[in-house]
Design a protein around this ligand. Structure first.
Ligand SMILES: [Fe+2]
Length: 403
């Protein structure tokens, strides 16, 4: 979505004959959002992108997972370190929570994925640890920890954990938080000009977005591609490898944005999460909390105040640093909390006084990094999350208040 790009060779005009040097024509394909009424790209394939030779139904753990209401209502804390299982980045995801707009999963990758196409919605894959190569019909992205990789709906792609530079060094495991939308994930509209340029007040801009290196050509015949649509998972066998695009142009393509490139906005007194907003999806937002100076009024309280999100559920993934607001609650790096509508959440009692003492002793910055997803419909819970849940979390505020 963000802006126009071109890769490889394309003909001078749309929809004209584009000759292959060995004879014949390249096959033009439009990838278009919202029918023909929104962003799109035109791709030029060596072979017809329509040529499939087989279609097989596959079982689908994710689609078969029954999400249950958060009832009785509780704030939740999950430790991703305690999640069982691993798999590849496309199909090995452990669902944690979701609703009709978004599904949130966590994955520890143990190998390369199959070729995959999600035709339900866009994905934001937040790489927590490790490094991975993302390959797609548009080209490749080398992603590192802290990257959000935005994968538009319908993009055929695969994920391969990056190998060690030397066999003597064991690579860091690849772990990712995966946000699957039932629609499109885009930069917030309020960051953009009428024609789509990032405005000066936006906390990031075009220079921070890394497009694909491409094009990417792979040879092969009878190549399986796993497709997710609302009916479930299907394995298509393509007559030719789908990575056969010699050039493309348009506004629709995968890209990466690293959380360290987000420019935090700081006020004199504490700023609410909308200043951290990074992306928007259908009925949800994604925010990035990044290291920043404390709010700079000498009497400021530089951690969140108690708040009741009347209309939304709030999920927070704790990426790095030290969480002053939740000291003593058990929350740490790798934690995921869910603070639902109907429950007022805030700092652990005593945390405000502790951070003020820290400021008086000369502390001026916070090193916390976190990814937050606020949804405007309640988040339902996956049974896979229960095994990693801290059952004492809901009582952590009362425990500290009475201590
Ligand atoms: Fe909150």
């Amino acid at each position: 979505m963000p802006y126009y790009r071109v890769a490889g060779e394309i003909p001078r005009k749309r929809h004209i004959r584009f000759n292959r040097p060995e004879g014949g024509l390249y096959a033009e394909e439009l990838m278009g959002e919202e029918g023909f009424s929104s962003d799109s790209s035109l791709l030029y394939h060596v072979h017809p992108p329509t040529a499939i030779v087989k279609s097989e139904a596959l079982g689908d753990i994710a689609a078969e997972t029954v999400l249950a209401p958060n009832h009785p209502l509780l704030p939740r804390h999950y430790r991703t370190q305690d999640l069982a299982g691993s798999g590849d980045l496309a199909l090995g995801r452990q669902p944690l929570m979701g609703n009709d707009d978004v599904r949130i999963s966590f994955v520890t990758a143990d190998g390369p994925s199959d070729l995959y196409r999600n035709s339900i919605g866009d994905e934001a894959v937040y790489l927590h640890t490790g490094a991975v190569r993302f390959e797609s019909v548009y080209g490749t992205i080398d992603a590192v920890a802290g990257d959000y990789v935005i994968v538009p709906r319908g993009t055929i792609h695969r994920w391969t954990p990056a190998g060690p530079a030397s066999h003597a060094v064991r690579p860091e495991p690849v772990q990712a938080l995966v946000i699957e939308a039932r629609g499109h994930i885009r930069p917030p509209r309020r960051y953009l000009s009428q024609t789509g340029q990032f405005l000066e007040h936006a906390p990031y801009c075009e220079r921070d977005l890394r497009g694909v290196a491409g094009p990417l050509i792979a040879d092969g015949e009878d190549v399986p591609v796993i497709v997710r649509n609302r009916g479930g998972l299907t394995r298509f066998t393509y007559a030719y490898h789908p990575f056969d695009v010699v050039g493309w142009d348009g506004y629709l393509y995968p890209y990466a944005f690293n959380i360290a490139d987000f420019e935090p906005i700081v006020k004199r007194t504490h700023a609410p999460p909308p200043v951290h907003q990074t992306f928007e999806g259908p009925n949800f937002v994604i925010c990035s909390f990044c290291p920043r100076p404390f709010d700079f009024d000498p009497r400021s309280v530089p951690i969140p105040y108690n708040h009741h999100n009347v209309d939304s559920d709030e999920m927070m993934f704790y990426v790095a640093g030290d969480y002053s607001a939740r000291q003593g609650s058990g929350v740490g790096v790798g934690s995921i909390t869910l603070h639902p509508s109907g429950f007022t959440h805030g700092p652990t009692p005593g945390a405000v006084e502790a951070v003020i003492r820290g400021m008086e002793a000369g502390r001026t910055t916070t090193d916390e990094t976190a990814v937050m997803i606020d949804t405007f419909r309640p988040l339902l819970l996956a049974p896979q999350a229960a095994e990693a849940e801290d059952p004492e979390y809901a009582w952590s505020w009362a425990r500290a208040a009475r201590a």
